[in-house]
Design a protein around this ligand. Structure first.
Ligand SMILES: [Zn+2]
Length: 133
């Protein structure tokens, strides 16, 4: 048995049980399925949804960019730019060969991959958002 939530042409909704989906198709095509409210046989299955997804709070692009800008300026203010020695220094700090200090810098995709594989905690800095007009 299968339960369908059905809807007639006048948007009345009702539930009905069928042996299987092809039984529904046959009965509906033959006009055996009718709306209990208005008797219409123009019926269709309503879309099935597995629960209503929780709505995440919406954020406008402008707000998002502001978050990114704030994050970037914090990182820029609190870290030292070591440029291309970033992978080496990050690794040394991780290995205890160098004192920890907040740094930022450049790393190639290969270097990023190697650092991550070795468990060196690194995170990308998001790019500067476009300027709003
Ligand atoms: Zn109806």
């Amino acid at each position: 048995m299968i339960r369908y939530t059905l809807q007639c042409e006048q948007a009345h909704r009702f539930e009905a049980w069928f042996e299987n989906s092809s039984a529904y198709d046959k009965q509906a095509a033959a006009g055996f399925v009718s709306c209990p409210e208005c008797g219409s046989v123009t019926i269709e299955k309503t879309l099935m949804a597995p629960g209503v997804p929780k709505k995440t709070p919406e954020i406008t692009p402008g707000e998002f960019y502001n978050h990114v800008r704030a994050f970037r300026s914090k990182v820029m203010a609190e870290t030292e730019d070591v440029g291309h020695s970033f992978p080496e220094e990050a690794r040394k700090m991780h290995d205890g060969e160098m004192e920890h200090r907040p740094i930022r810098g450049n790393a190639s995709p290969e270097e990023v991959k190697e650092l991550k594989e070795d468990g060196v905690p690194i995170a990308p800095i998001p790019p500067e958002p476009p300027t709003e007009n």
